[in-house]
Design a protein around this ligand. Structure first.
Ligand SMILES: [Zn+2]
Length: 90
């Protein structure tokens, strides 16, 4: 499946950048930071950096992936349906 973006460690966080950027290419993260694309292999330190919330949100919207964490409402909905199943068993 074609992806429009890839993840890039930058300034203590993991940001999403356009997939077409090659190493040393200048570009912009989804949250608007100017970056120079690095190698696709990250150091073990960089892997632990937190995911940029703004990039994550924009990336999920671009890829049609539901936001994470899920909204409280949908979580509650799961619990209600489990209760309904128990009620039917009684
Ligand atoms: Zn970002």
């Amino acid at each position: 499946m074609f992806r429009s973006y890839k993840w890039q460690p930058h300034d203590g966080g993991r940001h999403a950048i356009p997939q077409h950027l090659a190493e040393h290419d200048a570009g912009r993260t989804l949250c608007g930071l100017e970056v120079v694309a690095g190698p696709d292999v990250w150091s073990s330190c960089e892997r632990c950096w937190p995911t940029c919330v703004q990039c994550d949100r924009a990336w999920r919207a671009a890829e049609n992936i539901l936001p994470w964490p899920r909204e409280e409402d949908s979580h509650a909905g799961v619990e209600v349906s489990a209760d309904d199943e128990l009620a039917q068993l009684r």
